[in-house]
Write a protein that binds this ligand. Structure first.
Ligand code: G4P
Length: 282
């Protein structure tokens, strides 16, 4: 399978980010907890150097709890602050606020020593498309927060959302593009729905998903679709088509329908909490 992005968009987004990042103290980077590395663009490490760094493992309601812990430990070992989150629920937001304050302590301390008190820490949200940036900003900022409007010295048009006495958030997220050097990265992104399905071969994608599930989550397919997992992936897909009565007009099994169904059920969490990649040490 081959995936491609449009360099024009990427260049523009990167330039924008380079400008925005100058204005902030803290980078809040969202990754998808099901593919925490493949959903990152490592360029952000360079763009965000000398900034406080927080990684939010978003959509952790859909990923494997044990793997979440491993990934959180992995990112912490690299010096990031980490929060696991379901951005659609407000439950985790208190934790976010606390960790943001922790991540910014150094700056606050620096300000304090210079006699500057109560200067808010400025943050921005970054991440690849569809990772949950807008959802996160809405949940985190809530409705009650007033926008602070333009400020002297700030690029015209920038809006800051005052979150509390200590933190201001740039209201527009920075968009990063995933890196496609490795085809497995493209595959994982396609599986979670981060690439438009129209440009994908869903049948092929479903076979790859079956392989991964068979290997890392044995029993999941057998349980949900009453299929024998010992057979070849394409036969498993056939079993799913039979189980779900995916029949085409000519009364034949409709593999594409089964493939779409499997991928939809995976994406919506119906197959359970599943993580598709593991920290490098494995
Ligand atoms: P973006 O700004 O980074 O592009 O992402 P956005 O917030 O638009 O979110 C993309 C999709 O991911 C949305 O679903 C959103 O509801 C969903 N989402 C965001 N955070 C989480 C999370 O923590 N867990 C889960 N399970 N889903 C999350 P959508 O299908 O595009 O819209 P809708 O179905 O919510 O209407």
């Amino acid at each position: 399978m081959h995936f491609q992005w449009y360099p024009g968009h990427m260049t523009k987004a990167k330039r924008q980010m380079q400008e925005d990042i100058k204005l902030i103290d803290l980078v809040i980077e969202l990754v998808d907890a099901r593919i925490p590395l493949s959903s990152r663009n490592p360029d952000i490490d360079d763009l965000g150097k000398n900034k406080a760094r927080l990684i939010i493992m978003n959509k952790s309601d859909l990923s494997d709890e044990t793997r979440n812990q491993e990934w959180a430990a992995y990112f912490k070992s690299l010096g990031y602050f980490v929060v696991q989150l379901d951005a659609r629920s407000k439950v985790g937001m208190k934790t976010v606020t606390n960790v943001v304050m922790d991540a910014c302590k150094e700056k606050i301390e620096r300000d304090r020593k210079r006699g500057i008190k109560n200067r808010p820490v400025r943050a921005m949200v970054v991440g690849i498309p569809n990772v949950g940036k807008s959802t996160f900003i809405n949940s985190y900022a809530g409705k009650a927060c007033a926008k602070t409007g333009n400020k002297p010295g700030v690029t015209k048009g920038k809006q800051w959302i005052r979150l509390n006495q200590n933190v201001e958030l740039l209201d527009t997220p920075g968009i990063l593009w995933p890196k496609f050097e490795d085809q497995m990265v493209g595959l994982r992104l396609a599986l979670i729905g981060a690439i438009k399905d129209e440009i994908l071969n869903i049948d092929e994608l479903s076979i790859e998903l079956i392989k991964i599930l068979k290997h890392y989550y044995p029993g999941v397919l057998a349980e949900r679709y009453s299929v024998d997992e010992a057979v070849e992936p394409v036969q498993i897909l056939e079993g799913i088509a039979e189980n779900r009565k995916c029949i085409s007009k000519g009364n034949e099994l409709d593999y594409s329908k089964a493939a779409t169904l499997l991928i939809d059920e995976f994406r919506s969490g119906k197959l359970g909490k599943i993580t598709l990649e593991f920290p490098k040490s494995e």
